[in-house]
Design a protein around this ligand. Structure first.
Ligand code: ATP
Ligand code: MG
Length: 653
């Protein structure tokens, strides 16, 4: 980076020379102005690291402080954590709150009333903007519409919309009246939508006549019709007009959103329900990378505290920022860091409807330049996808407004990290590689703007989070030993249960090692205490007794100039126990042939040692991914072994 801050904000570091010990220091001015340093100073800590240590040791004090500073309560809480029914933890449970009060109501009483909350750009290029006041009124109107249909506290509304402002409005309207939302990614198949509607027992479903993606119309209404053929529970379908093309409207069941919003019942005044902190806010399914997706429940109180805190400290959002999280509101990153987080902080954000490469691979960089985006939060799959088209596309644009970058969803390969840092961040924007899960509700292992970075590592646990790597017996793993990624203490934004399946909640997360949360990922910590997520527990490949993480093999492949994306799996092998099989997507301009396969096998052997040499490299045009962009290794493995492919409800078509 250009101006390196002295490494005073984090403790002592080892001086060894391997790649994992090369630090990227954040620019001094960014550190100096960061939200987190201001807090550490105010609290009288010598540095941010000392504050972080305190926040973990005294996590209840830390979260109580955040719950008081970051959000407003109707009735203050007197107890921080109730662990009497652990692992069904409860946070702030005698307080009264509503996340919409903090996302909208409180802002419209201040100058922020006229601040832009949302700048939405369609795939075609036109845009719509909403001030906090405009969004507030829209949400009130739609909340009244829902109420008029008998939707009430405790009901669950299913939302199946494309990336349009109405998805934000619909989610907030549900939360406002104390109904849960269950958002299903726009574009999921009939079966996936059907099972989610059934699970939630939704009387009301919100969809649209279609959505745009890559210049094509996605037929959301048609999919909805098919999905609810066998769901007698559905009484009303509200349809947002997006594409304007003809759809079948079933009389007595289907109603146009725009017409409802024009009715007198859709008044702009609507009281926000004062809810118990533990009142459920939403249910949401995990991505389905490792198996059948799990429907998880988050609540109003603790969730908002975790989300607001992490967005403030880790992505460092300020009043003047133009923030853009390029995820979809339909997965947890969108719930936390598009719909709720930025609004709670009173930020201005950009939302983009369509594909990153439409009509050309510079679409994102064009958006950054035009709106002056300052903080960009995206996923490794998007970075790798855009890298394939080369630097010329971003280089056409002035990306000088950017000051901070973020990554989430998968381990980011060091090569992709460096590209993101150099080409998009112009060597001047630290990358917050944030590890977290649908289950955790908010970021768990992540740098903050003062943290010296290592490409590919999420660095350390976030504030108030006691994360560790342990062996199968639950003992703290030594440096560089791989093991299970766990969280020792509860945290406010944690999932409360698996919907309709409390036993599975205990079994899945709290049983492998009694008393601690097991995330399902394998990881290791280096000698600086930095975390490296190396894959899913079940995907770890054991070759001749050695354990290799999928992420490590894939990153070794991606570090070869010809490789855009890679996936690694283990397949049974007579001698080695398992052998590594890999699948590679080449960058534009490279040709798949035997020489390149040999070169790639040799390259992995060189980077990781001979034990990791893949048995085979298969060149493929695409990889099976979830809708949220994660590589589904279990599908590759099942195909290779000729076994059933398992739950494919979240597979990208
Ligand atoms: P399922 O639980 O249904 O298999 P999923 O785990 O992919 O799906 P999500 O909750 O969307 O569902 O993803 C969380 C997972 O994503 C983490 O457990 C981790 O494996 C991976 N992940 C997310 N962010 C990062 C990151 N920054 N670095 C490494 N891995 C990450
Ligand atoms: Mg998971």
């Amino acid at each position: 980076m250009t101006e390196h801050a002295a490494p005073t904000t984090v403790g002592q570091f080892s001086a060894s020379n391997d790649a994992e010990s090369v630090f990227y220091y954040p620019p001094a001015a960014l550190v100096e102005n960061s939200n987190v340093l201001a807090y550490a100073r105010e609290k009288g800590f010598a540095d941010v690291e000392a504050m972080r240590q305190w926040s973990i040791e005294h996590y209840q004090d830390f979260w109580a402080d955040m719950a008081t500073r970051m959000v407003d309560w109707y009735v203050p809480f007197s107890k921080v954590l109730d662990d009497s029914k652990a692992p069904f933890y409860q946070w702030f449970n005698d307080g009264k709150i509503n996340i919409v009060h903090n996302a909208l109501d409180r802002h419209v009483k201040t100058w922020r009333k006229n601040k832009l909350a949302l700048i939405w750009e369609s795939e075609k290029g036109d845009n719509k903007t909403y001030s906090y006041w405009q969004l507030f009124k829209r949400v009130n109107k739609f909340a009244n519409v829902l109420k008029s249909m008998g939707v009430k506290k405790g009901d669950t509304v299913t939302i199946y919309l494309p990336r349009v402002p109405e998805i934000v409005i619909a989610m907030l309207a549900c939360a406002k009246i104390g109904a849960m939302h269950s958002v299903v990614y726009g574009g999921f198949s009939v079966e996936a939508l059907h099972t989610r509607i059934q699970d939630a027992q939704s009387r009301v479903v919100i969809t649209s006549d279609g959505g745009y993606m890559n210049g094509k119309v996605v037929e959301l209404k048609k999919i909805t019709d098919d999905a609810i053929k066998h769901s007698p529970v559905v009484e009303i379908v509200i349809v947002v007009k997006r594409t304007g093309h003809e759809v079948e409207m079933q009389q007595g069941r289907d109603l146009w959103y725009e017409e409802l919003m024009a009715l007198p019942i859709a008044s702009t005044k609507c009281e926000t329900e004062q809810l118990d902190a533990e009142h459920p806010l939403y249910m949401l399914y995990t991505s389905g990378t490792t198996g059948a997706p799990k429907g998880l429940v988050h609540t109003h109180g603790g969730y908002q505290v975790g989300v607001a805190t992490t967005l403030h400290f880790n992505l460092d959002i300020k009043e003047e920022d133009v923030y853009w999280c390029a995820a979809d509101p339909g997965w947890v990153t969108g719930h936390s860091y598009i719909v709720y987080g930025p609004l709670m902080l009173g930020a201005t954000q950009v939302m983009y409807e369509g594909a990153p490469t439409f009509p050309f691979p510079n679409r994102w960089w064009n958006i950054v330049e035009r709106y002056g985006v300052t903080v960009l939060y995206t996923a490794p799959t998007a970075i790798r996808g855009l890298m394939r088209f080369g630097e010329a596309w971003p280089n056409r644009h002035d990306l000088g407004s950017l000051r901070l970058l973020g990554s989430v969803g998968e381990p980011i390969n060091p090569e992709a990290w460096r590209w993101y840092h150099r080409v998009i961040g112009r060597n001047n924007c630290p990358i917050m590689d944030t590890w977290w899960q649908t289950e955790t509700g908010s970021m768990m292992i992540t740098p903050n703007p003062t943290t010296p970075l290592k490409p590919g590592s999420g660095t350390r646990a976030s504030f108030g989070i006691d994360a560790d790597v342990v062996n199968d017996q639950g003992e703290h793993a030594s440096d560089d030993e791989d093991g299970l990624l766990i969280i020792r203490n509860p945290w406010p934004s944690m999932l409360r249960t698996i919907y309709n399946n409390p036993d599975r909640y205990i079994e899945q997360y709290w049983s492998r090692i009694p008393g601690v949360y097991t995330a399902g990922d394998s990881a290791r910590k280096d000698e600086d205490g930095y975390f490296w997520v190396i894959g899913r527990i079940d995907d770890v490949i054991k070759v001749s007794g050695y354990r290799l993480g999928t992420a490590e093999v894939e990153s070794a492949l991606v570090s070869h100039p010809s490789v855009a994306e890679a996936a690694a799996i283990g397949l049974p092998h007579e001698v080695k126990g398992n052998a590594i099989h890999t699948f590679v997507i080449l960058k534009n301009g490279y040709e798949a042939n035997q020489d390149l396969e040999d070169a790639l096998i040799a390259h992995v052997g060189k980077v990781m040692g001979p034990i990791a040499r893949p048995e085979a490299v298969q060149f493929v045009p695409s990889l099976p991914k979830t809708r949220s962009g994660k590589i589904m290794r279990r599908v590759l493995k099942a195909r290779a072994l000729g076994l059933p492919e398992g739950d494919l409800s979240t597979l990208e078509q």
